[in-house]
Design a protein around this ligand. Structure first.
Ligand code: NDP
Length: 482
């Protein structure tokens, strides 16, 4: 086989890719050596803005298989018994930048894109069932505390704990973060959760509230802080090596898919707000129902094209799946798609990794990098409504049932009447002695560098979660001479 001809981006043959064109052997480079300029210009444009959060990620393709009949809850075709749907998963850390070490203690992103016959369904969750906040007003400030201080350019324990001491709803998630599960060994050895409450809609147009869970079939495995430091000393790319390696070896990881379901009218009656992202739905009240599993079995051919440019957004839903009034979900419906418009471009959903595997017909027009032309199948159909035969039309049968919500438009204090402690206590109390000792030690270690009065303020919250919890952290601080 002869090698391929090297060409310019315009397709013309290149005669020399080693030597620049100069005036005389020792003379300056000529302006007409355009391919040199092109090469350097391309290099300057090799990066796109990294994600502000979840910058470092690891991805693979696979398939979701539904094994149980949940048609009484949803008409989603990809959730019917026997359905198999191709998918992409991207795991990530939250705080670290693109070059961060993989094995740091952090929440992990767990983003799934299902390429269904009714369009892409993205479940953009984490490896934790809850989050640090329940009101999206707090998200940018919270993330600032996790990122670098503007002057020192270092991460600040004082900022993190000061914020948490004034935002006790975060401590349920902080408890998970500082527990064993806060530092999973590999992406294969952790669960995923949709975290938010979503809805399922059946063919009678009845709505159910739902939580999605993905339980690892590889078993949980975690690193202690000391093991994580040692691992990072060996390699900063532990997750990429593990995920890529296991799939390359044909040892395909799997997760069991489960749902918790709540009748629509029960949302008003539940003792807790089921749309509060800092709360789980207790298993005893809302048991996990196994509905299928997914397997990851193909590595991307090109990391940049298929993982860095993968654009997940919770706004991508399909018939039979819907949103919920969760305020943080509502804010993410805007901000994820907007992040991709900014970092990838207007037509990010037309890139192969993001493009639906079903026909796409819309009236959006032009814009930077529109290589698809008019997506209506007819150049006369570039506005709507129109009388062009065969042009894309809305379908009223796809309407969701109305959301029954009453109340005055106002700013409701998300702290009023909210219990920030019970669920963190339930988690603390289910840990065994060893798990608690590690929780206290990890928390005490993370507090190093924060001011004494900040720590006292946050410890007062831990005392309210459980006196044993506050006492345990104090003892662990003493052991560190803090
Ligand atoms: P259960 O006893 O039924 O559930 C306890 C759950 O805790 C387990 O099923 C497991 O979740 C999870 N868990 C075990 N170890 C850890 C850990 N180190 N870090 C985080 N989670 C862990 O009780 P409840 O449903 O009433 O929940 C009690 C507490 O458990 C909650 O307050 C919450 O903190 C935590 N939890 C609850 C979940 C839920 O959806 N109800 C999900 C995850 C955690 P899993 O089965 O998902 O592996």
């Amino acid at each position: 086989m002869t090698d391929k001809q090297l060409t310019t981006t315009a397709g013309a043959p290149i005669s020399d890719n080693q030597n620049s064109q100069t005036a005389g052997e020792r003379g300056p480079v000529l302006m007409q050596d355009y391919q040199l300029i092109e090469k350097l210009a391309h290099q300057n444009r090799e990066r796109i803005p990294e994600r502000v959060v979840h910058a470092k990620g690891w991805g693979a393709f696979g398939a979701l298989k539904i094994t149980e009949d949940i048609s009484k809850y949803t008409k989603a075709k990809s959730l019917q018994k026997g359905a198999t749907t191709p998918m992409l998963a991207r795991f990530s850390t939250v705080a670290g930048e693109l070059g961060a070490a993989d094995n740091e203690r952090d929440v992990r992103g767990f983003a799934l894109k299902f390429y269904t016959e009714d369009g892409n369904w993205d479940l953009v969750g984490n490896n934790t069932p809850v989050f640090f906040l329940r009101d999206p007003y707090k998200f940018p400030d919270f993330i600032h505390t996790q990122k670098r201080h503007p002057k020192t350019n270092l991460r600040s324990a004082e900022a993190m704990w000061d914020y948490w001491s004034l935002s006790p709803e975060a401590l349920h998630q902080v408890t998970i973060l500082m527990s064993d599960r806060g530092c999973p060994t590999t992406p294969m050895q952790m669960n995923g959760y949709g975290s938010h409450t979503f809805s399922l809609i059946n063919d009678q147009n009845e709505r159910f509230w739902v939580k999605f869970h993905f339980k690892t079939q590889q078993g949980h495995a975690h690193l202690t802080n000391a093991q994580s430091a040692a691992k990072i000393g060996e390699t900063r790319e532990g997750y990429q090596e593990a995920l890529f390696g296991t799939i390359e070896n044909g040892d395909f990881p799997k997760w069991t898919m489960q749902i918790q379901v709540m009748a629509e009218e029960d949302a008003e009656k539940a003792a807790f707000n089921p749309f509060d992202l800092t709360k789980v739905w207790p298993h005893a009240d809302y048991p996990c129902i196994t509905i299928g599993e997914f397997e990851l079995n193909r590595n991307p051919e090109n990391y940049f094209a298929e993982v860095e440019q993968a654009a997940f957004s919770p706004s991508n839903i399909v018939p039979g799946v819907g949103f919920s009034p969760d305020k943080v979900l509502q804010a993410r419906l805007f901000s994820y798609a907007d992040a991709h418009r900014y970092r990838i471009g207007t037509h990010y959903e037309a890139l192969p990794v993001n493009a639906p595997k079903c026909p796409v017909h819309h009236y959006h027009k032009d814009g930077n990098m529109n290589f698809m032309g008019q997506q209506t199948g007819n150049s006369d159909a570039y506005y709507e409504p129109n009388s062009v035969a065969g042009a894309p039309r809305e379908d009223a049968t796809q309407a969701e049932p109305p959301l029954k919500i009453s109340g005055d438009a106002d700013r409701y204090n998300h702290r009023d009447g909210n219990d920030d402690y019970s669920q963190a206590r339930a988690l603390h109390d289910l840990f065994d002695e060893g798990q608690r000792a590690r929780l206290y030690a990890n928390t005490a270690e993370a507090m190093q560098g924060a001011k004494a009065d900040t720590i006292e303020r946050v410890l007062a919250h831990y005392d309210q979660i459980s006196p044993a919890y506050g006492k345990g952290i104090r003892a662990a601080r003493k052991a560190l001479n803090a």
